[in-house]
Write a new protein. Sequence first.
Length: 159
Amino acid sequence: MGVDEPGLPTLYDWAGGSDALRRFIDAFYDRVERDDLLTAFFPGGVSEEHRAHVTAWWSEVLGGPATYTDELGGYERMLAHHRNLGITAEQRHRFAATMSLAADDADLPDDPEFRAAVMGYVEWGTRLAMHNSQPGAEGVAEHAPVPRWGWGVAPPYDG
């Protein structure tokens, strides 16, 4: 179930839909492939399949179609991809900063409200992924829906 924000567009729609999010994910992974701190997670580069799956995840998170849940294994599959990676605080921070730069590269909307919502998800998600990636991590939610992110405290400003 999505975030209930009557009268507001989803973050997915505000971003420009699937094509815009694919530009964002491609820009992100293009940067990752050139980053010594992050590229170790993707020996040989980031595959087309991975880019498409992450685009589906982000689309669903931001209020678009539930393709990741319906066709790609949902939350449990994403959790499985992060288990035992041992993500460090430095890698988490670089990941988050790189996401912000990729949003610029992809020409996503740059209004503060949209970027705050997106980066809020990045902060939340990367901290959760870092925790869940530690060998022997405790308190990991084994089953959950794919998160559905909304505008939060700063809806789009209409002037």
